[in-house]
Structures are given as structure tokens and as C-alpha cells.
Design a protein around this ligand. Structure first.
Ligand SMILES: [Cu+2]
Length: 148
């Protein structure tokens, strides 16, 4: 019983130490860098890319879903190597660990399905990212072709 109590106390202490390092980083300090959506025509699908950064390396958060008025459905996709062919597949959630995760062509991306209108390079569209800790984050995505 005593041992269990000690272990609990230790767990609480270590949790506290981690929390102190990150302070509010796990809840609000989330940054979306280089948000970009590939241009595409009405009724087609397209991909959105960005880097999701957290202030603290030890902080974690999870991207639960994304939504946008611009299309009929939004999914989070990843690519898997299927016998040498890269295929997209939907993923339920994306964990952000070690402070950063990148959404890039050929990797993770936010898939905008069934565009309601043409997306033209140079314009800006809104996508909402829903995080477990940070909550809903509205981001302006530049429409343009990725460098890679
Ligand atoms: Cu996709």
C-alpha cells in the first residue's frame, strides 16, 4: 500500500514537472506555418499542406478533424507505400509529437473533397482544424502550387 502511494506521488510529481515546462503550450500555443492549398477545379478534390508547430518540444496535441465551407467533405489523409505505389488512405487522427508535424505532398495532407467552386492560385480560403487540446483553430490557406 505504501509503495503504491509513493508511486502515485512520484507520477504526480513527474507530471507536474512536464506541465511546468510547457505551461499553456499544450492548450493554446499552436502555430500553423505555410498553409497552402493546391489549385483545383469545381467538383474535384485537392490537398492542403502546412506545418503544425507547438511551442514546447514536450507538448503534444492531436488533430481530430478538419472542416471547410469550400467543399462537401474534409478528410485527413496519409500516403502508404503499397508494393511501390503510393496510395492515399484516410486517417482518423494525427498526433503532434516532438513539437512539430508536417503535412506535405506525398505524405500527410488535409483532403478537400468535392470543391464547391474553382480554387485559383493567389486567393485565400478558410479551413478549420479541430485539435484535442487547442480546440478549433481557423486558418487562412493560400491557394498555390507546392514547391515540391
Ligand atoms: Cu488525399
Amino acid at each position: 500500500m505504501k509503495v503504491k502511494l509513493l508511486l502515485t506521488a512520484f507520477a504526480l510529481l513527474t507530471n507536474f514537472a512536464a506541465a511546468e515546462c510547457c505551461s499553456e503550450a499544450t492548450t493554446k500555443k499552436i502555430h500553423i506555418e505555410h498553409p497552402l492549398v493546391r489549385p483545383a477545379q469545381k467538383n474535384k478534390n485537392t490537398g492542403a499542406y502546412m506545418s503544425i508547430k507547438l511551442d514546447c518540444m514536450k507538448a503534444t496535441d492531436t488533430l481530430l478533424s478538419a472542416e471547410s465551407e469550400i467543399c462537401t467533405a474534409v478528410e485527413i489523409h496519409d500516403h502508404i507505400n503499397d508494393n511501390g505505389i503510393m496510395r492515399m488512405r484516410p486517417v482518423k487522427t494525427v498526433q503532434i509529437k516532438n513539437g512539430e508535424i508536417k503535412f506535405v505532398p506525398g505524405g500527410l495532407h488535409v483532403m478537400l473533397m468535392g470543391l464547391k467552386r474553382d480554387l485559383v492560385a493567389g486567393e485565400t480560403i478558410k479551413i478549420r482544424l479541430n485539435f484535442e487540446k487547442a480546440g478549433a483553430v481557423d486558418i487562412d490557406y493560400q491557394v498555390g502550387n507546392p514547391a515540391v
